[in-house]
Structures are given as structure tokens and as C-alpha cells.
Design a protein around this ligand. Sequence first.
Ligand code: GLU
Length: 307
Amino acid sequence: MADLKRLLDTVRNELQSVDHPGKVADYIPELAKIDPKKFAISITNLKGETVSTGDDVKPFSIQSISKVFGLALALGKVGDALWKRVGREPSGSAFNSIVQLEHEQGIPRNPFINSGAIVVADVLLAGHRPREAIAEILRFVRIAANDDTIMIDPAVARSEQATGFRNFALANYMRAFGNLNHPSELTLGVYFHQCAIEMTARQLSEAGVFLANGGRDPRSGLTIVSRERARRINALMLTCGHYDGSGDFAYRVGLPGKSGVGGGILAIVPGEASIAVWSPALNAQGNSLLGTRALELIVRETGWSAF
Ligand code: GLU
């Protein structure tokens, strides 16, 4: 772990010393306030040990990384029936794109684009009030991370509720096709709150390590998902985790990964470790620019690869 710590410090120094393009997400007003210079990397291995560098104890909005946890929970509830309502193919379109939905009759391409994650939130809402569904997602994340201090930032959730017109459009559109079972505002209430979960890089790598360990949390010994389900979630992260930048991410990093517009990325090295990076400035596809670069440097040095 000492070597890994040295590597993380070197990567941080290298990346922070140069100016990079990239822009903090500002379509969610609350996220526009984040300091673009923040930077953290955290790695948790299969013994449950974590090393990190930078602002690793500063919580950030995990945004779409929450879609991984939402998916794991929804698959636990309805299993393969989920795939009647959501596809498993990369979209090649932006995270909030509406065009494919018309061609594909309201069935989102995959669970990691916004429309797909909204359907997943609708599944989690079944039989519950929004507050209960939100609490269930938060509980799942806390169990995966072994950390009861993880919270939702209500200001971020409100900010998105007030300005998430595209997400309302997606939800209403899917409702028109019969692929949303609850009123859009209720399903989106769940979706916005799950996206507003805040975590530190350290908590995020700890929460994701079950996916590197065949579905089992190495610290608590708890089975979070079955081995087969972990493999499938990783496959979806590899093919769909970075929107229309998924191919490029696979080419550069070669690991399952899920990004969020808060600037975080969770990457999984099956059989080795989970990696969380945070750098808020984004590339044109809405994925962390330096976060991706950091992962490229880490895999180059460690030789970690899914292949
Ligand atoms: N809450 C964000 C949205 O729905 C998530 C997008 C992302 O993180 O990529 O727009």
C-alpha cells in the first residue's frame, strides 16, 4: 500500500501542476459553486484497506455514480424483469438525450443514462412513498460503505428539482409510453435525491469495493450482490458508464467505471481494488477530465486491467 500511496501522490502532483480545459457542471446551479481545483483519489483493496491522496475527506455530490447503487438495489428487487423496461446497450448519446426514446418507444437504452436511471428509480418507488425509497437507497449505500455518516445534500436535490426540466421531459415522455408507473414528480423526487448523495472519495472507493470482490464486502463479509450480478453490473459500467464517452473511457482506462457530473468516477478493478477519483471539471461528454486522466496514469503504472 505504501507504493500505491506514492503513486497516487505523484499522479496528483503531476495533474494539478498543469492547466487543463474542462468545466464544472453548471446546469445544476448548486454544483456550479464547486471549486474546480478540488482533487482526490482513493483506492480500496480486497483486504478492505484504503489509501488516498488530496481532498479525500471532503464530500462531493456523487450524482450519476448513484445509478450503480440504484441498479444493484433494483435488480435485487425485481431481478431480470427490469430488462423489460430498460435496455443494456450503450447509447452513444448524451446523458440526458431524449431522441432515442422516441425511436425505442420509451424504453431507455441502459440504466446509466438519465432516462434509464429514472425507470430504475420508478422500480424502487413501487410500494413505497418517495421518502421510504430514498431512505432505502441511502441505507444500501451506507451498508456498502460501512459508514452511517453518508448523507444526502438537500440543497443539491432542491437545485435539481427546480431546474431539471430535461429530466422532467424524459420522465413525462416515458410515462406517455407507459414505462413509468408513478407520477413523474414522485419518481424524479427519488432520482434527484439519490443523485444528491454526498460522499468523500474514501467513502466511495469503500462503497464500490464489493464490485471488485465478486459482490462481497471484504470488511464486513456481507454479500451485497451475488457474484454473477457483480459481474453483470461491471459489464454495464464498462459499456455504458460514461455516456457517449464510454468507448473512449474503455480505450483509455479499460476498466468498468461510472462517472457523475459532480466530477467523481468510480472504477472497478475486478479481483484487485476499487478506485474513486474526484476532480470537478468535466469534458464535453460530462465526465471528469482529470479524473479520467488520473485513472489512465494509475492503470499504466499498476498494469491493472479488466482484460
Ligand atoms: N443528476 C444529474 C442529472 O440528472 C446526473 C447526471 C450525471 O451525473 O451525469 O442531470
